[in-house]
Design a protein. Sequence first.
Length: 337
Amino acid sequence: MAIDYKKAGVDVEKGDKLVDWIKSQSETTSPFKNNLISGVGGFASIFKANFQDMKSPCLVSCTDGVGTKVLLANEFHRFFEVGIDLVAMSINDMICSGAKPLFFLDYYACGKLELNHAQKFISGVKHACDETQCLLIGGETAEMPGVYKDQDFDCAGFAVGVVDEEKIIGKHKVEEGNVLIGLSSSGFHSNGYSLVRKLFDKDMDQWIDDIIKPTHLYADIILNLYNKNLLNAVAHITGGGMDNLLRVMPEGFEVSLSPWKLPKIFQEAQTRSELSDIELLKTFNCGVGMILVVPSSRHLEVINELKASPFEVYNLGVLKTGSSKQPKWTLDGELQK
């Protein structure tokens, strides 16, 4: 008996049906839709670059996945949420430079392609792209029996944006006296799930709604502040927790972070793990998903701009020069329980 590709575990027709479905969902609110020359369905996606409003446009690229959160998504059939996560992790990194998102590509690999699961995942990706005004320009779906078992899957994302070179924000813009403002997270976002799964292994079903919450999308509010010249730098708090703040702190700078109220899900994780506040802050975002570095003279203006945002806002402290060459952060007290 002949053994064809389908009998080997790869259903090409099902993959084609998914591509057709994605093409049918391709309407977008992205302001760059007119730049799309060729998108989903071809061998490559083509985007026409036209940035006449910038003196020296620089392309900004980011790539990421969602880690072992995919295991929970698979177990509890919460594919839409991790689709959002996939976009958020790259776009939230990108906007830290002041870049405007242009387009996004996804990679979805599985042991056996289930159309319903893949469609929910792509719907999450599409939702997040629409929310961040970013074109979902293409992607790849791979059915790989033998690499992935049954319904197991993994995903990766790739985003491209643009920023004017002279308007890039970051460590080089940071000055002594700059104020740190935190924006709340939705929970663990997409980091630390190898530990999270161990901590909640025996009663995950009771906590899954809190644990599976997708990563917040910060593009609108960050780019609004950026366009008003209110930001010197932005730190996306991901794996490694508050140590991500060190990426935007020049040598010799330090900050003593003002404690904030630790959300209940992180309190539960701390109780189960017995981690100290500092250890917890070096592992999770602990309720703060983004940290803005703003000039002290415009601190109140930023706070006022954030009043209409959906995020809780935290005054975290002021950057100062310290005695050590290496930048560092400390916690001024204990996290509030």
